[in-house]
Write a protein that binds this ligand. Structure first.
Ligand code: DQA
Length: 143
């Protein structure tokens, strides 16, 4: 089974970026973690990161017919992007939203997610392990 994992803007700067919020592990560390989860769970993972909204929309559209589900951390686009929401609704693949930090315990502008309404679940504040939880949820759903 193939799952597409999408990471949005500035997640490529993990480790450097506000380590008190996002931790000290780098994006490379996240990639290694994801690949070891994939091996463990017997899932073929395709991981994509972009700082550009349109590129994320393109990746979601391209997943149609190729991936069985999507794990997405849309980063700041969570709180702004109707285009990403519409793309997820258009392809209608089972999708789980992940945030490293707990967006509900931060600034008020982070409390609203445009993306949640296209997702089976939203996992927040669990760091890297939130991605593993999301993969497990998708596995259950897709079986
Ligand atoms: C984030 C939370 C967002 O509010 C923020 O803009 C990010 C990362 C998270 O993983 O906690 O870039 O999605």
């Amino acid at each position: 089974m193939r799952i597409l994992v999408i990471n949005g803007p500035n997640l490529n700067l993990l480790g450097l970026r506000e380590p008190q919020i996002y931790g000290e592990q780098s994006y490379q560390d996240l990639l290694s973690y994801l690949h070891s989860c994939g091996e463990d769970l017997g899932i073929e993972l395709q991981v994509f990161q972009s700082n550009h909204e349109g590129a994320i929309v393109d990746a979601i559209q391209e997943a149609y017919g190729k991936a069985a589900g999507i794990v997405i951390n849309p980063a700041a686009y969570t709180h702004t992007s109707i285009a990403i929401l519409d793309a997820l609704k258009a392809v209608a693949l089972p999708t789980v939203e992940v945030h490293l930090s707990n967006i509900h315990e931060r600034e008020s502008f982070r409390r609203h997610s445009y993306i949640s309404s296209a997702c089976l679940a939203s996992i927040c504040g669990k760091g890297f392990s939130g991605y593993r939880e999301a993969l497990l949820l998708l596995l259950e759903q897709i079986k």
